[in-house]
Design a protein around this ligand. Structure first.
Ligand code: SF4
Length: 348
C-alpha cells in the first residue's frame, strides 16, 4: 500500500484516504519519509529572510476567539512611526517589510494604498503585506471589488501577501473560532485573484484548537489543489495555536511536540511537487522545536522579525528577534547549509 501511495505522492495525486493512512504510520516512518522528500525537493539548504514585522494597529472590529492581540484601548502607528521602523530595518539589512494589523472601522482602501506608497517612496524594500481578511476589509469599506482592490494595492507597491486569515479552511470550524472573518470561499477567491494578478502569497494553517486531524488534511489538500491551478504560493507555514489570553484557549487541544512535528512532516509529504517550501514558525513553536522540525520536512525558518506582537500577546516566549547568526547557528546545528533568501526565495 505504501508503495502505491508513494507513486501518488510523486504524481501530486495523493488522496485524502492516502493522507489518513500516512497519518496512522508510526512517527519514525512518517518523519523519515518527510525528510527524504525534503531532500529530494530542496536539498540540504535551509533558508531564512532578514525582515521586520510591523503591526500598524492592534485595534480591531473583529471577534476571533483565538486572538490575544486585539485591544479596546489600542494603538495606531503614525506614518512617521512606520517610516522610522522601516528605516531601522533597512539599516540592519532587511529586504522585506511584513505589515499586518487589526481591522480599523474606518480604514479605507486609499489608507492601505497610502501606507504602501509612503514606504515605497522612501525605501527600496519588498513589501509583504495585508492578509486576505485585510484586503476584504479594505475593499468592503471602499465599495470596491476584490480584483480592483488588489490591483490598487499592487499599483501602490504591494509585492506579496501573507496567506494568513486561513486558520482552518472549513466554515463549520470558522464559525466557532472566527465567526466574522471571511469564509473559506472568500479566502480562496482573494488568494486566487491575487495570484492571477501576479501577487504571490504564502499559505498558512492555524492548528491545535478545535479542529480534527482530518480537518488539517482537508485544509492542506485544498491548499495543494489551489497551488496546482495558480502556482502562486511561495511556501506553506503551519502555525500552532497559542492558548494564552484568548477565549479559545480553554477549548484547545494542542497536543504535544510530536503532534507539531507530525503536522510539519505531513505537510511536506502532502504538498510534495506542489509547494517546495515548508516553513517552521520559530516564534510560535519556540526556537528549539523549530530546529527539530528541520529534521522532518522543514526547509525554511522564516524571518528575523525584529518585532513580534501577535504571538507574544498569546503567550509566546521565543522572543521577537533572531539575528542571522542565531538562525544560521540553528541550521548548521542540524548539519544543514544556511542560505539567506528574498521573500520570493531567490538566494542572496
Ligand atoms: S485575529 Fe486579526 S481580525 Fe481577528 S480579532 Fe485579532 S486582529 Fe482582529
Amino acid at each position: 500500500m505504501i508503495d502505491e501511495i508513494l507513486e501518488r505522492v510523486q504524481d501530486r495525486g495523493i488522496t485524502k484516504a492516502d493522507a489518513l493512512y500516512l497519518s496512522s504510520l508510526s512517527s519514525q516512518e512518517l518523519f523519515h519519509l518527510a525528510d527524504q522528500l525534503r531532500r529530494e525537493a530542496v536539498g540540504d539548504s535551509v533558508t531564512y529572510v532578514i525582515n521586520r514585522n510591523i503591526n500598524f494597529t492592534n485595534s480591531c472590529i473583529g471577534d476571533c476567539a483565538f486572538c490575544a492581540f486585539r485591544s479596546d484601548t489600542g494603538y495606531v502607528l503614525s506614518e512617521e512611526q512606520i517610516l522610522q521602523k522601516v528605516q531601522e530595518a533597512v539599516e540592519i539589512g532587511a529586504t522585506e517589510i511584513c505589515i499586518q494589523g487589526g481591522l480599523l472601522r474606518d480604514m479605507m482602501l486609499d489608507d492601505y494604498c497610502g501606507m504602501l506608497e509612503n514606504i515605497k517612496s522612501n525605501f527600496a524594500v519588498h513589501i509583504h503585506a495585508f492578509s486576505p481578511m485585510e484586503v476584504f476589509h479594505a475593499a468592503r469599506n471602499s465599495g470596491s471589488d476584490i480584483g480592483d482592490a488588489l490591483k490598487a494595492l499592487k499599483n501602490s507597491g504591494l509585492n506579496s501577501m501573507p496567506g494568513t486569515a486561513a486558520e482552518i479552511l472549513d466554515d463549520s470550524i470558522r464559525r466557532k473560532i472566527c465567526p466574522s472573518k471571511i469564509s473559506t470561499e472568500q479566502w480562496v477567491d482573494i488568494v486566487t485573484t491575487a495570484h492571477r494578478l501576479g501577487i504571490p502569497t504564502t499559505a498558512t494553517m492555524l492548528y491545535g484548537h478545535v479542529e480534527s486531524f482530518e480537518d488539517r488534511i482537508n485544509h492542506i489538500l485544498l491548499i495543494r489543489d489551489i497551488q496546482q491551478k495558480t502556482r502562486g504560493f511561495t511556501e506553506f507555514i503551519p502555525l500552532p495555536f497559542m492558548a494564552k489570553n484568548n477565549s479559545l484557549g480553554t477549548l484547545a487541544h494542542r497536543e504535544n511536540s510530536i503532534d507539531d512535528i507530525k503536522v510539519h512532516a505531513l505537510s511536506r509529504i502532502l504538498l510534495h511537487k506542489s509547494i517546495k517550501n515548508v516553513q517552521a514558525s520559530w516564534v510560535k513553536l519556540g526556537v528549539k522545536l523549530a530546529q527539530v522540525t528541520l529534521l522532518y520536512g522543514v526547509n525554511d525558518l522564516g524571518g528575523t522579525l525584529m518585532e513580534e506582537n501577535i504571538t507574544k500577546s498569546a503567550g509566546g516566549t521565543a522572543g521577537e528577534y533572531l539575528s542571522p547568526n542565531d538562525l544560521e547557528g540553528l541550521i548548521t546545528g542540524v548539519g544543514r547549509t544556511p542560505r539567506r533568501r528574498t521573500t520570493l526565495y531567490e538566494l542572496i
